[in-house]
Design a protein around this ligand. Structure first.
Ligand SMILES: *Cc1c(COP(=O)(O)O)cnc(C)c1O
Length: 400
């Protein structure tokens, strides 16, 4: 008799985006003449840059010719992309070896897959509110999960507690959904905690490209000692608009070594290589050539221009929120603005107000954990035109 994984029965059904879609569809049906502005989208809207598309087109042409055709590539990615990433990391002060970098089809897959190399007896520390993937992938393994609270008091940046012991901690900075970003001292405290607990930090740097202040670390590996206690997960989804193109990378340093339950010391880099070569056959050559172009000087400039466009949207949104006195977090090193619902409204109450009164759509913070109640996430990924119009509606209604 085939038994199925019992842990799946412990997953909480997520109705967040389905519920939002239903409410928006109902509203539009009842108000066909109203233009609904979606300020909750978690996806990029600007197209891929020209250098990236040119590089992919060239790779497609190579695939059409016998002499340059490529079949299976290295599971962990082509050297040309490793080399581009080594240079990229060096540009902000992190020295890596190419064998410490693993190319993947995105950070979400690796967030889930990385659980393979950790024992199921580990206690997992997860922030609340948080990107739901960390929680659900560990529920699927039946792991013991403990939470740390992100609150307005700690600016939604939970810090290590010496009384809390865990084996693996997830940190996401700049954060989805709150837009909060850890500074150097705070990350130093996390690295010190990980060392004291022999723990491993899984650092999600998906939004590193939005960091504009050079004093704020874009990589956990800018912190001394992090190579002995951290894995970094990153992605081209937000950096270069690859949400539909699919390419990410995970850094597992050679210095990261932990014991297994039998007391044997294991290299996490070697384990991850073994896991990937066994269960994964690599990212398409064509996509990796596009990814390589992201890190060329022209690619970096074009991607920065798209990010600057989103950042200007965020600035316009924050200016409007300031005018009406709504308190918010994020928005500076992040495409996300995490606002406190006015007049003590709950997340869904404010969502309904925005939809029914202003035809605006946000994402209720309660969907990201219990500490998200009373908050709403807006994103800067929309068009300039819609961002301006949306914020004007908000200011006209709440400014009185
Ligand atoms: C968007 C996002 C990612 C990237 O996921 P991909 O699978 O690479 O598209 C990773 N982590 C967080 C927190 C995100 O918001």
């Amino acid at each position: 008799m085939a038994l199925v994984n019992k842990n799946y029965a412990n997953l909480k059904e997520s109705y967040l985006f389905a519920d939002i879609a239903h409410k928006v569809a109902d509203f539009q049906k009842a108000n066909p003449d109203k233009k609904v502005i979606k300020m909750g989208i978690g996806d990029v809207t600007l197209p891929l840059s020209k250098v990236v598309c040119d590089a992919m087109a060239k790779a497609v042409a190579e695939m059409a010719v016998k002499e340059s055709f490529r079949g299976y590539g290295p599971e962990q990615g082509y050297d040309f992309l490793h080399d581009a990433l080594v240079k990229y990391y060096a540009s902000f002060g992190v020295e890596l070896e190419s064998t410490e970098i693993f190319i993947s089809d995105g950070a979400k897959s690796d967030c889930g897959n990385i659980t393979d190399i950790f024992d199921n007896s580990n206690t997992i520390l997860i922030p609340d509110p948080v990107y739901p993937v960390y929680l659900d992938t560990n529920v699927m393994c039946g792991r013991n999960i403990i939470y740390m609270d992100g609150t307005p008091e700690n600016n939604f940046l939970p810090m290590p507690d010496e009384n809390v012991h865990a084996d693996v901690v997830y940190l996401c900075s700049p954060n989805n959904p709150t837009g909060a970003v850890y500074n150097k001292e705070q990350l130093e405290a996390w690295v010190a905690w990980a060392k004291a607990n022999d723990a491993v930090i899984l650092f999600d740097a998906a939004y590193e490209a939005f960091v504009t202040d050079p004093a704020i670390p874009r990589s956990i590996f800018l912190i001394e000692g992090a190579k002995e206690c951290a894995i970094e997960l990153c992605s081209l989804s937000k950096t270069a608009g690859f949400t539909g193109t699919r390419c990410g990378y995970t850094v597992v340093p050679h210095a990261l070594v932990r014991k297994n339950a039998d007391g044997k010391e294991m290299s996490l880099n070697k384990m991850w290589l073994r896991r990937q070569t066994t269960k994964f056959n690599g990212v398409p050559y064509i996509i990796q050539r596009g990814a390589e172009a992201v890190f060329s000087p022209e690619g970096v400039a074009e991607c920065r221009a798209s990010i600057a466009y989103y950042q200007e949207n965020a600035r316009i949104m924050m200016e409007g929120l300031d005018k009406v006195g709504i308190k918010y977090f994020g928005g500076v090193h992040s495409p996300y603005i995490w606002l406190q619902c006015p007049n003590g409204m709950g997340s869904w109450e404010f969502f309904d107000f925005l939809l029914n009164e202003l035809a605006l759509v946000g994402t209720p913070g309660a969907g990201f954990g219990k500490n998200g109640e009373g908050y709403l996430r807006l994103t800067a990924f929309g068009s300039r035109e819609n961002t301006i119009e949306g914020i004007e509606r908000l200011v006209a209604k709440l400014g009185k």
